[in-house]
Design a protein around this ligand. Structure first.
Ligand SMILES: [Zn+2]
Ligand SMILES: [Zn+2]
Ligand SMILES: [Zn+2]
Ligand SMILES: [Zn+2]
Length: 216
């Protein structure tokens, strides 16, 4: 029951701007981060302000949307919430929450007090038309450069989504038809679509494409 045709997912490393398959990005980042003075061997016992986690976030049931993040061990879940809203999900100020095995984690908690390598978490934005994300802690490491609380390491390139009615690339989605798994529209087919302009949202690089009023 996929909403879209399967596509090989590629993404771009924010550190060196090279493109890799989704499956190769973790490995690439580990070597690319090393070149950027990030050390995986010695996080233990280091000053907390220089400790970071490598996190992978992806759309639940929408794995073609993914990001690799570097987050400070001293940052809080609320910082990550703000980042995810800004980059991926914010439409009209809905509620959101992080969970570990269905247990909600307070937005004020520090990552250092919660996260462990290999840990899996989930995130929900909007408890009505929910966008659900899954998060995985890849590793904990030390870096000599203190940066933002949450920093992008890599992100998927915009998926090439085909129009539901022809072979061209979709640029809009009809929110009326998207419940049936159709409604992806190219510039040409938009003209003939009967649901009306009000139902259309732009196709954007986010797992919230076509949901609520999300326009990127
Ligand atoms: Zn790189
Ligand atoms: Zn909304
Ligand atoms: Zn079309
Ligand atoms: Zn429609």
């Amino acid at each position: 029951m996929s909403r879209k045709p399967r596509i090989t997912s590629k993404g771009t490393c924010a550190l060196c701007k090279s493109t890799f398959d989704k499956s190769g990005m973790t490995k690439h980042l580990q070597s690319c981060m090393k070149k950027n003075s990030i050390d995986f061997s010695s996080a233990e016992g280091e000053s907390p302000s220089l400790r970071f986690y490598h996190l992978v976030v992806e759309g639940h049931h929408l794995p073609e949307y993914w990001m690799h993040l570097k987050i400070s061990s001293q940052a809080r879940f609320g910082d990550l919430d703000g980042f995810l809203r800004e980059v991926w999900v914010e439409c009209c100020g809905h509620l959101s929450a992080f969970y570990i095995e269905r247990e909600e984690i307070g937005m004020n908690r520090k990552f250092a007090h919660v996260l462990q390598p290999e840990m899996k978490l989930s995130y929900e934005y909007d408890f009505g038309s929910t966008t659900e994300l899954t998060l995985k802690v890849v590793s904990e490491f030390k870096s000599d450069t203190k940066t933002a609380e949450v920093e992008m390491l890599a992100r998927n390139d915009p998926p090439q989504i085909k129009c539901s009615y022809c072979n061209n690339r979709a640029t809009r989605i009809c929110t009326e038809c998207s419940y049936e798994g159709t409604g992806w529209l190219c510039d040409g087919c938009v003209e003939d679509h009967e649901c009306g302009e009000d139902m259309l949202l732009p196709v954007v690089n986010s797992p919230r494409t076509g949901v609520c009023g999300y326009v990127g």
